[in-house]
Design a protein around this ligand. Sequence first.
Ligand code: ATP
Length: 255
Amino acid sequence: ANLHPLLRVDGLGKAFGGIQALHNVSFEVFPETIHAVIGPNGAGKTTLFNSITGAYSPEEGRILYGEKEIQGRKVHELVAAGIARTFQNVELFGSMTVLENVLVGQHVRTRCGFWGAMCRWPSVLREEKAARKRAMELLEFVGLEKVADQRSLDLPFGWQRFLEIGRALAAEPRLMLLDEPASGLNPVETHQLGDLLQEIKKRGVTLLLVEHDMGLTMGISDYILVLHQGKKLAEGTPREIQANEEVIKAYLGGA
Ligand code: ATP
């Protein structure tokens, strides 16, 4: 087993005006694991995600990705370094087809980015066939190959969530952050999501997810971090978290 964490958050702090959204939060995520972040509304989960993915610059603490400090880095640098994310509200290029969304996901990793790639048109044409093949394989992986040519906005909501995951995977991330991936999914889709996330882990991608569905979280996570009012309340295996008195009192008891 690889004993070096892929991600290390060390003493992270972030305030909005008088509200301390994160206070001295530290934890480690090991390669090829599924790591969940749970906690009541306002616990700081989204702020944590936004700090790791470059949307916010934290005031205190460090975020290490491998050996590199990444706090305050730009979103595109983090994507190029292998960190991808999905959002609480699905964010797709709605008027594009399902296939095109995945193709855009691939291009964010190329040297000059999606729009920059337009300037290298001849080489884009040469690479297009291979890119389409890879994109179709990814769509098959997430179960959407039959609707590749449909406009993504016309898909049922649950399928849009799977497409967003496919698009994030197209960037070939090592670390993928998923913000409430089961939100809005029916029980069958939630089960399919759980299977898919475990398959993604088997392919060598490390997953960090914020999730409110406790059945899913307890079922697939290797390790869980519990946030409460911006602080770390507990961390441990699903079994340890479910048995933790403080967690039950603050969070799980009411769920
Ligand atoms: P939820 O489960 O509802 O998504 P959360 O755990 O993701 O909650 P955050 O969204 O990170 O929690 O919010 C943590 C705290 O920081 C809350 O008190 C919130 O009101 C505050 N906060 C978050 N973002 C901002 C912002 N941009 N401006 C001001 N306050 C913010």
